[in-house]
Design a protein around this ligand. Structure first.
Ligand SMILES: NC(=O)c1ccc[n+]([C@@H]2O[C@H](COP(=O)([O-])OP(=O)(O)OC[C@H]3O[C@@H](n4cnc5c(N)ncnc54)[C@H](OP(=O)(O)O)[C@@H]3O)[C@@H](O)[C@H]2O)c1
Length: 277
């Protein structure tokens, strides 16, 4: 039995992850903005689940959440940074307030929670930190500059953090989903007013998402089973792509990046000092 803290357990991935973990007998702290949204899970699993009021945009909530789980269960084995939301806006259309709230929710808030969890995990000499990233962090679309940028920032930060704390037995996994059937293309996708200049790019991507709504190929329940299986993995992957869409997009991007690196290699290599200098 492990002790987990899951953010955004109200709906979507977070709820599926919480249910899967509870069904398997784990103890789960459900970190949510509205405690009512997890009241059913808490009453179904009174010994194993409890709610913590938590908002990623409130800096003090990170330490409170970690203190609450450590006080209740004596440890935190797994942190799942799941909560987040999308912003469909070109860079020009993005307001300062949108930029700040999105970065706070998808990057700064999750990183603060990781920082708050690390002392307990270092003391335990064990821990697993799972972040819900997105394929937009690796193969992005017009309109997802801020959202994909925030997810990419967290993944890059965790690449370093994983090296900071590997010797303490703390592991990191970034989950990289393509489109999954949750509330994401709905209440969790903020839209900026569209400038005519971006109808053909951002507008087109927005229409593609709208058409996909309710028919996304990814199943959050199947995803939850695969993610909770990682708790028993000897060596969880640093990055786990979920679904066919993410695999196709990631492979295309890798191939084009490799081709571009090789095409410009000779020019790029001219910039080192000659050997011996
Ligand atoms: N579904 C996809 O296609 C997809 C693809 C790639 C990545 N993802 C990522 O998967 C994660 C979960 O999203 P989902 O698809 O499951 O969508 P969802 O069902 O809409 O869930 C979003 C969750 O994030 C929570 N949340 C949003 N802002 C928050 C804040 N400031 N503080 C605390 N909680 C906050 C929401 O809480 P409330 O109930 O209080 O609003 C909700 O629990 C997100 O990080 C998203 O970027 C999703």
């Amino acid at each position: 039995m492990k002790t987990l803290l899951i953010t955004g357990a109200s709906t979507g991935f977070g709820r599926s992850l919480a249910k899967e973990a509870l069904q398997r007998g784990h103890q789960v702290a459900l970190a949510v903005r509205n405690l009512e949204s997890v009241a059913d899970l808490v009453s179904q699993y009174p010994e194993k689940a409890f709610g913590i009021r938590f908002d990623l945009t409130k800096s003090e909530d990170a330490l409170h959440a970690i203190d609450a789980i450590v006080e209740k269960y004596g440890r935190i084995d797994v942190l799942i940074n799941n909560a987040g939301y999308g912003l469909l806006a070109s860079v020009e259309e993005t307001t300062d307030a949108q930029l700040q709230r999105n970065l706070e929710t998808n990057f700064t808030g999750p990183l603060r929670l990781i920082r708050a969890a690390l002392p307990a995990m270092r003391e335990q000499k064990a821990g697993l930190i799972i972040n819900l990233s997105a394929i937009a962090a690796y193969a992005n679309h017009a309109g997802f500059a801020v959202y994909g940028g925030a997810k990419a920032a967290l993944d890059a930060a965790c690449d370093a953090a994983a090296q900071d704390v590997a010797s303490y037995g703390i592991k990191f996994t970034s989950i990289v989903p393509g489109p999954f059937r949750t509330d994401f293309i709905g209440r969790s996708l903020e839209h900026s007013p569209r400038m005519p200049a971006y109808e053909a790019t951002v507008g087109k991507f927005g229409a593609f998402l709208e058409k996909m709504k309710g028919r996304q190929p990814g199943d959050p329940k199947r995803a939850a089973k695969v993610i909770i299986d990682l708790l028993d993995a000897e060596k969880p992957p640093f990055r786990l792509l979920l679904g066919g869409y993410a695999h196709t997009m990631f492979a295309k991007k890798l191939a084009s990046q490799e081709a571009e690196m090789n095409a410009w290699r000779e020019i790029g290599l001219k910039t080192d000092f000659p050997q011996g200098e």
